[in-house]
Each structure stands twice: as structure tokens, then as C-alpha cells.
Design a protein around this ligand. Sequence first.
Ligand code: SAM
Ligand code: SF4
Length: 375
Amino acid sequence: MSVQLGMPQPRQEAAPTLPAVPPSRPADAPAGLTDRYGRRATDMRLSLTDKCNLRCTYCMPAEGLEWLAKQAVMSAEEIMRIVRVGVEQLGVRELRLTGGEPLVRHDLVDIIAALRRNHPDLPISMTTNGVGLAKKAAALKAAGLTRINVSLDSLHEETFTKLTRRPFLDQVLAGVDAAWAAGLGPVKLNAVLMRGINDAESPQLLAWALERGYELRFIEQMPLDADHGWTRRNMITAAEIRELLSRDFVLSPDRRARDGAPAERFEVRRRPAGSAEPDGPVLGTVGIIASVTEPFCSDCRRTRITAEGKIMSCLFSREEFDLLGLLRSGAGDDELARRWQDAMWIKPKAHGMDHVGLDAPDFVQPDRSMSAIGG
Ligand code: SAM
Ligand code: SF4
């Protein structure tokens, strides 16, 4: 294996033996889902399922993963209870439904309708791969979904199929348009760039999104693939993304407050061929989520619940604590809230992927893939 200075590879090692229950946080710790470093989690990412109908190379292996048994996954009622504790007792202010693929859950519309009844003012968004979205967008909106993020890595059938290992590009494009037409905007699009596969297409993807009024966000590929095939050499960095886009566009920092958002936003103007200066008005914005090279851990406001009801304080956490088991054992809301707070209190300061230098502690790749955590 070749190692580049400043770019250590993730280590892969057996998960440490962890306590089933987090240690109690101090009695005088601040209210809500706070941690030792003064951060407060108000943004809840809840995974509805570990199953998916695509096999994106940066996430899942070709053969899929061993799915959780049905009874291991949170039921609609259990989801309602956990969200209620988060919102009413712990200061959760926004909810993102994710997976796996949330659209494969047959009771998705009912779950959203029930969440909306319980929390009339809570922003509820969803991240989806868009397969089957065209048929469901209007029902999702009517049920009370606020907004949608659709993952779209390529506009070319062949490239899309290579990346996702499924020939569903037309369905995804129809889904994006249906979401917009149903009023689920602003529609955000997530794209992961893979070297030599879709990186050269990035300006075209941006032009397409701008023409339609969608907000495209490029996400640096993170070492969360089940195949453990991620390499630093192959990942396209945020700096490279800016460079790729600057061929056709001029990007200027968006002055609106970032407000804990993972994406750094830029205003986009057209760059005429051969010119360094922009021409014409601002066409829209583009976001770049630089989780690996420019991490935003110190501003992180996220708390995650996996499909089987485990609390994860960070995407890269190797510690997870069981909330669903506690709920099923008959625990009251106060006990659930305490477990959640204890688990968040020990949230790591940072994920360590950006450590520079060969003697710095290496980043250890988590065992779970993105689909199994809930991205
Ligand atoms: N299936 C849905 C989808 O693809 O949008 C929701 C779950 S998916 C895990 C959520 C987001 O994580 C997607 O936008 C996907 O592109 C992104 N993602 C998955 N694996 C990733 C990785 N290794 N690095 C960066 N982003 C990743
Ligand atoms: Fe499925 Fe989303 Fe993972 Fe792709 S990124 S395999 S769509 S969970």
C-alpha cells in the first residue's frame, strides 16, 4: 500500500468491546442533547430502514448487505415515541428521514402523516435515491413532508448504472421533477464524485441543476462503503471540486450564515470561455460538503438514530447505544431521554479523517456502511 504524506489511509480493525449503556453524564450538564465540547444537537437524522434498491459503489456491495430482521426495525409507533421524546424533551428542532432507502418502507406516507399530526411545526425532510418517487411525491407532500433531498450522481444512463449498479436513471429524473411539481422544494440534489467515473461531468450536472432551480450539493466521498474500497488517493476533494467547476463557472462564497449546515455554499455565475471574470447574473447556488478535508465537527448539530433504534452521536462513531431495546423493555420517556443524553454527552470531538502527518492517530473506518447508519 502506498501512503501519501498528510493523507493516511483509514485503519480497519475489529470493533472494540463497548458498554451496552453509556456512562451517566454529569448531573449539572446543560439541558438537551449537549456534549462535553459545548455542542448541542438539534438536528435529528432518523433511519427508517437499512434496505435499499440501489447498490451505489461508495455505499453498498454489489450483492447487498444482510438486511435486519423485520422485528429488529423500529415500528411506526416506536418512531413516533422516539421523535416525540426528541422534540418535546430534548430540543430537537428538525427531522431528516433517511436510510437505506426510505421509499422502500411501505408505511412511509403514514409515518410522515403521523409525525406531522404530532408536530405541526417541525421541519421534516427526507433524503432519497428517487427510485419510485414520481409515484409518491404528491402523497408525501399531502402527508406533511416539508422538503426533499434526492441523490443524483450522473445524468448519463451508462455512468448512473455503473455507479448505482441499477438502470434507474429515468425514474430518478422523473422523481426529482415530480417532487418539485408537488411543492417539495427547494429540491436539493446530492452528488458524490468518483474519480474517472463522474468527476468530469460535474459542471454539466451543475448547469442542469441551475437551469431547473435545484440546489446541487457535492459530497466528498467518505470511507463509509461496505466494500472498504475508499482510498484518499481516489477521493475527489472539495478543492478539486471547486477547480472542476471553475472551468465553466465563477463561485463566490454565499454570505448567508452557514448556521451549522454541512454544506459550504457558493453563488454561481457563468464564466465565458477564456475569461477569469464572471458574466451575467447569479444563476443560483452550489454546496460543497467537505466532510473529509474541511470537516465541520466543531459546529455539528446532528444526532442519529439507526433503523434498529441505536443512538449514534457521529457518522463515524464506533460507539452506539440502544434506545429501542430500552423502549421495548417498558422504559418511560424520562429514562429514554436520559439514555439519549448520556450517549450524546460522549460524542467525539472530531472524526479524525483530516489528521495530517504520518504519526498522527489514524482514523479508523467504522464497521457500518452509510446505508446501515442512515446518511
Ligand atoms: N438512499 C438514500 C439516498 O441515497 O439518498 C438515503 C440514504 S444515503 C446513505 C444518504 C446520502 O449519503 C446520499 O446522498 C448518498 O449519496 C450519501 N452517501 C452514501 N455513501 C456515501 C459515502 N461513502 N460518502 C459520501 N456520501 C455518501
Ligand atoms: Fe442505497 Fe442511498 Fe446507499 Fe445508494 S447511497 S446504496 S441509494 S442507501
